[in-house]
Design a protein around this ligand. Structure first.
Ligand SMILES: [Zn+2]
Length: 394
């Protein structure tokens, strides 16, 4: 049994406790969270730390298979520019480089206190590493066919990736998900929507061009794909935002993770929250700055009481796989968002989004969420500083 205490304990399931104590068993399971040292707890058994204790971080959006591409793509070129550079750069790596990148990316997540990740898989490259079970993964097998005539080929490809996953995790489901509103045909959307019992993830409104495409059938996304030889002559604009065009393909009972939301407005948030109670808004601020140099307006989401979670996206569009680095970026640009709320996004909201809340995300009796120490905190304002660090204690 261990007794851990620090300046503050953030259980997440209840308000922060000054000098609180987290009691865990030898397996790391939470036995109790108390206000202070109580009688019967032998004082010399207590471990004292400077800073904040919180549960392990949940990374709700990652592409571990792209970890080898760190620094390979220029910054701030916009989404269409990023995709163009990405396609050219992805061909230039060996299998050894890819596998080394995956192992290093996972190690980085572990060192940064991440205990679970929602990970996008276009290929099966990460499965060998995931078999080691160092981290809990929810694997999203992602498809993009663009036009209905490509559906059957893409379907076969996705099934093959799913079969590879089942060789390692026989109980794995077919977690097929759509890449983005602009890269998936009606056929693939319908097929994904009909598959039961899974969590859906989709890149959403990452660029202003995406809305322009669906509202007015113009802009850089259409220009880029037309240049690549795609024929949009039969494709019709809906006249609505991309989110309002595609959301109704997804069953209301399924958790839906909308990823990025950089260009989502108050009307879109209202629309989605009215559509379903199971919407999770995944933000990846450092990737948004890398690609579009813009952040979502978090105040719109907070005002709508929308459930926000944090993702790192991939090292192709980020400098680290660190939830704490994402939180620092948000708190620098939006200092009015307090640490209690930020940590809820980084832990319990993410666990709920990935269906892992029975075990992870908060200090509640019986859970095994991991225990993190956040150091170099401004204790006067109880907020992060640029020097804040994370260390995993349990
Ligand atoms: Zn992504």
């Amino acid at each position: 049994m261990r007794y851990l205490t620090a300046d503050y304990v953030f259980p997440i399931s209840q308000p922060p406790i000054k000098n609180g104590v987290v009691v865990i068993d030898d397996e790391g399971r939470i036995l109790d969270v108390t206000l202070s040292v109580v009688e019967g707890q032998s004082l010399n058994k207590i471990e004292y730390y400077n800073g904040i204790l919180c549960p392990g971080f949940i990374n709700t959006h990652c592409h571990l298979e792209l970890s080898h591409m760190k620094g390979a793509i220029p910054e701030k070129t916009g989404l269409a520019g990023f995709i163009k550079d990405f396609i050219a750069a992805r061909k230039t790596f060996s299998l050894e480089q890819i596998e080394n990148g995956i192992a290093a990316g996972e190690k980085e997540m572990l060192e940064n206190g991440i205990v679970a990740a929602g990970d996008i898989c276009n290929v099966s490259d990460t499965f060998k590493q995931k078999a080691k079970q160092n981290l809990v993964y929810y694997n999203f097998i992602e498809g993009f066919d663009f036009f209905p005539e490509n559906f059957s080929g893409e379907y076969t490809r996705m099934v093959n990736v799913a079969e590879e996953l089942k060789k390692i995790f026989p109980e794995a489901k077919n977690n097929f998900v759509p890449h983005a509103p602009y890269s998936v045909s009606v056929l693939l959307f319908r097929f994904i929507g009909e598959e039961p019992d899974k969590i859906i993830s989709i890149h959403n409104q990452e660029s202003a061009e995406e809305n322009l495409m669906f509202r007015e059938k113009r802009g850089k996304i259409i220009e880029f794909f037309s240049l690549m030889g795609m024929d949009f002559s039969n494709w019709k604009a809906s006249g609505k935002s991309s989110l309002q065009t595609v959301l109704n393909y997804f069953p209301k009972k399924n958790n839906v993770l909308l990823v990025h939301n950089t260009f989502t407005d108050a009307e879109d948030i209202k629309f989605a929250e009215a559509y379903s109670k199971n919407i999770y808004w995944v933000t990846c601020p450092n990737a948004n700055l890398y690609i579009e140099n813009k952040l979502p307006n978090y105040n719109l989401f907070i005002a709508a009481e929308a459930k926000i979670t944090i993702g790192t996206d991939s090292l192709a569009s980020n400098y680290s796989l660190s939830i704490l680095d994402e939180l620092k970026t948000i708190s620098q640009k939006f200092p009015e968002i307090n640490l209690e709320m930020l940590l809820q996004w980084a832990t319990l909201n993410g666990a709920k989004a990935l269906g892992l809340q029975n075990e992870l995300g908060s200090f509640e009796k019986g859970k095994k969420p991991g225990v993190l120490l956040l150091e170099n905190i401004n204790l006067d304002t109880v907020s992060l500083t640029s020097e804040s660090k994370v260390k995993r204690l349990v």
